[in-house]
Design a protein around this ligand. Structure first.
Ligand code: HEC
Ligand code: HEC
Ligand code: HEC
Ligand code: HEC
Length: 340
């Protein structure tokens, strides 16, 4: 081999190795496991990596609940000065909830994260005003959205996991500034979409589908051409959202769909119906609880367009098909399951 040919061969070899390394780092090594969930022959398996199971279990342990006290004694609404939501609780159980909220949301910061400790009744800190609305939001989810959360329900811990800002939040994303010409109409794309493996699918399917109520359905229901107005462009938005569903729950598309017909509900799993309610619930939480808090959050907590941080499927699910693998913390806190 002449020197230059050898150098070229080495360069090519190095390139091949580097490419393989990049590809391998983006895939999971075998063996994988699968679970059959549909009728035989429908290819409705769930594929999962057995080596990740233990880490997922560890990440979804729930903290112990403090024992609930007998509902006796003076009510918080009578004893304290500025209790607007939890007034019917006994002072003992009110204090128990305050201690629990602290471990769920601000364990290192303590009571002072929400309170001026010189004057516990004051609403001076924005965190207290947000927390009061969050208590109402949790009550609303547990009492009004049983169609999604069933009797499992949620507590602050479902989203917060011991930190003031949940790990999975989102903001309206207008995308990067565009050049002129054709590039001015990016259709929400041409910018790596983190939720869709950095592909060129739309990078913000949340604003239309999980804040506004844009139509998700795209599959034509008529055979004849010209009878259906859904476009490929719209379909890409739906796919981007569906990838978010799969990633948030750590499942394949077949957890909800029989892929021979994505549209047909009679061939879908019951979980697809739960997800349908979930979409409506998330819209409700974003428009009625998070959006109106934009004037309460300090500027540093807002998005580039001045919008509130918002909830999506991952905020509660955190990569698992039922948040915290279905652990029922809410039953220990009847004050959080009460109807508004
Ligand atoms: C994540 C925010 C948050 C944390 C942390 C927190 N609280 Fe509160 N606290 C609230 C909210 C919100 C209210 C008002 C509830 C209502 O309006 O029903 C409140 C009200 C109170 C009140 C009633 C004050 C009055 O006179 O009106 C007391 C007492 C109290 N909390 C004690 C505590 C203690 C003790 C801790 C620490 C163990 C604590 N709180 C931690 C959010 C919090
Ligand atoms: C469905 C998910 C969800 C649940 C359940 C939830 N929160 Fe939140 N919470 C959020 C989101 C999203 C934010 C906005 C994050 C931010 O502040 O940047 C937030 C913000 C907050 C903040 C402001 C933190 C900060 O530093 O800006 C407080 C305080 C808070 N929540 C308290 C609570 C309490 C108390 C509960 C239970 C009664 C609760 N949350 C339940 C989603 C949730
Ligand atoms: C957690 C359940 C769930 C998962 C996982 C899921 N979907 Fe969906 N999908 C739904 C629901 C619910 C709808 C209907 C939404 C509506 O009507 O508002 C839907 C609708 C669709 C539609 C539109 C159907 C129509 O009638 O036009 C397509 C296409 C689709 N999904 C593809 C996918 C693909 C591809 C994946 C995997 C990347 C996936 N879905 C994963 C729940 C799911
Ligand atoms: C407020 C927290 C919260 C949010 C946000 C949320 N979920 Fe859920 N979800 C739950 C809880 C709690 C359960 C468990 C209910 C039960 O035990 O049956 C659940 C269950 C489900 C299930 C049924 C799983 C099974 O195996 O039966 C599906 C599917 C699902 N969620 C999809 C979604 C989708 C899709 C979104 C976003 C559009 C979403 N969820 C957003 C809390 C949430």
């Amino acid at each position: 081999m002449t020197g230059s040919v050898r150098n070229a061969a080495i360069a090519l070899g190095a390139f091949a190795l580097a490419t393989t390394a990049v590809i391998l780092s983006q895939t999971e090594r075998p063996p994988m496991d699968s679970v059959q969930r549909g009728y035989r022959g429908t290819a409705m398996q769930e594929i999962y990596n057995p080596r990740f199971v233990q880490a997922e279990l560890n990440a979804n342990k729930v903290p112990l609940s403090l024992p609930r006290l007998p509902d006796a004694g003076a009510k918080a609404g009578v004893v304290y000065k500025n209790v607007k939501v939890l007034g019917d609780e006994s002072v003992g159980n009110f204090t128990r909830l305050m201690a629990s909220i602290t471990t769920w949301v601000a364990p290192t910061q303590g009571c002072a994260y929400c309170h001026d400790v010189q004057n516990m009744a004051a609403d001076t800190l924005y965190t207290k005003v947000v927390a009061r609305r969050m208590i109402q939001m949790v009550q609303h989810v547990n009492s009004g959205w049983k169609s999604h959360v069933a009797e499992t329900g949620v507590t602050c811990y479902t989203c917060h996991r011991g930190q003031p800002v949940p790990a999975q939040i989102w903001f309206n994303n207008p995308g990067p500034l565009q050049a002129g010409g054709m590039a001015q109409t990016p259709a929400g794309k041409n910018h790596p979409a983190a939720i869709a493996n950095n592909s060129s699918l739309p990078f913000d399917p949340f604003t239309p589908f999980l804040e506004h109520d844009s139509n998700i359905r795209v599959v034509p229901q008529q055979a004849l051409p010209g009878t259906d107005r859904q476009s490929i462009k719209q379909t890409e938005w739906t796919y981007s959202l569906m990838m978010h569903f799969s990633q948030s729950l750590g499942v394949n598309c077949t957890y909800c769909h029989n892929t021979r017909s994505f549209t047909d509900w009679t061939q879908s799993t019951p979980q697809r119906m739960t997800a349908w309610y979930g979409i409506r619930m998330v819209r409700d939480l974003n428009t009625n609880f998070l959006d109106p808090l934009a004037s309460v959050f300090p500027p540093g907590r807002l998005g580039v367009q001045g919008d509130s941080p918002k909830v999506n499927c991952a905020t509660c699910h955190n990569g698992v098909y039922k948040p915290l693998f279905g652990a029922t913390m809410a039953k220990d806190f009847p004050e959080l399951t009460r109807a508004q």
